[in-house]
Design a binder for this molecule. Structure first.
Ligand code: MG
Length: 446
């Protein structure tokens, strides 16, 4: 490597001056071209930030639109937190909008850093969703200004498309098998298999707490032992009927005890899962991750409930997980997500960003643009978009043969038809996550 002394040795101060002249000349020429192009134009400013709430399918989607002083130049970001959609809209429209007003949309990192602390308290849901929407919209604007898809700004493609997994979930084993076979026929190489809905809650009927009148009749029952027996049977059956080639994934949804989770993951090892997701709740469980590591080589995915670096840093740097799968519309947007991807790359951890129906098409596109550009991409969760969603969001990513493709237009490539979005108003229900209980009524925490 050249240092100052060896450069001096090579040619003396004249060589340095000549080199400086070459670079200085090129820089000056570019500067002059830029100054000429923008002569007389006022500095680009953010003129408006607003939330668009819409529900063209099951989830309440929140998309942030950032308008600029350049006519027609705007960006879109995903801020979706379907359970608290209106709260996110208040965080954006009442607070973040005023903060961002008149600021320079080109300075994404500066805007992220200053918006992050604009509420003093930070790092939680709602405010982080709002920040995600603003941040992604700025990247969308940057791409449009550069005339490039966002993945180009991140370094260009590492792969031709984004490999995804589909979700096969049903209340009975036959339907799960049929769904897996259907996905294989459609070209998918990876399928997540679930029995009995989220966390296997529907594998039992009325519980003792229902009969005793504890809680409310709609509160769900989580029969732990039935779930622990059903999952290995499901893997055995799906391997038998769907073959060895398809990669199988499963999400424990954090609903069993750490000891039961370690036992279950060990038991599934023989079926070679691609990964098992969320074995433990997001509250600190590092000691159990260490025990799980010692017990089995099954790859572990974790993190969809994470909000900030305090939650994922140790799991990555101590190599306790194999896949990090945060909700990018929850952690503050593309800016922290690309840093997280780089951190993970250094420790051999791959990505598997959260991509269920409660991510807007803008959010799916942000996932995919990052996936395209990072070497440690692992797999992407995908969702099928209904026709209404595709109509509201022209340019949404598409799925072919199990791969996700992004629109190649500048930015994230996704637009929104605001008039049409307004024809799908969000449900005003509070959308609370119903309690899940053990047989005696005690609460189970996801
Ligand atoms: Mg999950």
């Amino acid at each position: 490597m050249l240092n100052r002394r060896s450069m001096l040795g090579m040619g003396g101060s004249g060589a340095i001056a000549a080199a400086a002249g070459i670079f200085g000349g090129a820089g000056q020429a570019a500067e002059q071209r830029y100054a000429h192009a923008v002569r007389g134009l006022p500095r680009l400013k953010i003129t408006r930030v607003k939330t668009i709430l819409t529900q063209p399918d099951t989830a309440r989607l929140a998309v942030v639109k950032v308008e600029t002083s350049e006519p027609g130049l705007y960006g879109l970001g995903c801020a979706t937190f379907t359970q608290r959609a209106q709260a996110v809209a208040v965080a954006v429209d009442r607070f973040l909008a005023e903060f961002a007003q008149d600021r320079d949309p080109d300075n994404i990192e500066d805007l992220w850093q200053t918006a992050y602390t604009s509420s003093y308290w930070r790092n939680g849901p709602v405010l982080n969703n709002a920040l995600s929407g603003l941040d992604m919209a700025l990247w969308d604007i940057k791409g449009k200004r550069a005339g490039m898809p966002v993945y180009q700004l991140l370094g260009g493609k590492c792969r031709f498309a984004v490999d995804t997994y589909a979700r096969a979930g049903a209340d009975d084993l036959e339907t799960v098998q049929e769904l897996v076979q259907g996905f294989i026929a459609d070209g998918f190489r990876h399928v997540r298999i679930q029995l009995g809905g989220y966390g296997g809650a529907k594998t039992a009927g009325q519980a003792d707490f229902h009969r005793a009148g504890f809680g409310l009749p709609d509160d769900q029952h989580m029969p732990v032992s039935a779930y622990l027996k059903a999952v290995p049977r499901m893997f055995e059956q799906v391997r038998k009927t769907c073959g060895d080639d398809v990669e199988l994934l499963h999400d424990i949804h954090e609903r069993i005890s750490p000891r039961d989770a370690i036992g279950l993951v060990k038991e599934l090892e023989v079926y070679r899962p691609f990964f098992i997701e969320d074995p433990f709740p997001p509250e600190p469980n590092k000691g159990y991750f260490e025990q799980l590591r010692r017990a089995t080589t099954v790859p572990i995915a974790m993190g969809e409930l994470f909000n900030n670096p305090h939650e994922w840093s140790d799991l990555i740097t101590e190599r306790l997980i194999d896949y990090i799968r945060v909700h990018i519309s929850q952690i503050g947007g593309l800016t922290p997500a690309r840093k997280l991807a780089v951190l993970a790359e250094h420790f051999g951890v791959k990505t598997a960003w959260h991509g269920p129906p409660d991510v807007s098409p803008v959010g799916h596109a942000a996932n995919a643009h990052l996936d395209l550009a990072i070497p440690n991409f692992g797999i992407q969760e995908m969702s099928f978009l209904n026709q209404a969603t595709l109509d509201v969001f022209p340019g949404s990513p598409t799925i072919r043969n199990g791969y996700m493709f992004v629109s190649e237009t500048p930015g994230f490539g996704v637009d929104v038809d605001e008039k049409l979005a307004a024809r799908f108003p969000i449900s005003e229900s509070a959308n609370n996550w119903l309690p899940l209980r053990r047989s005696d009524g005690s609460a189970v925490r996801p």
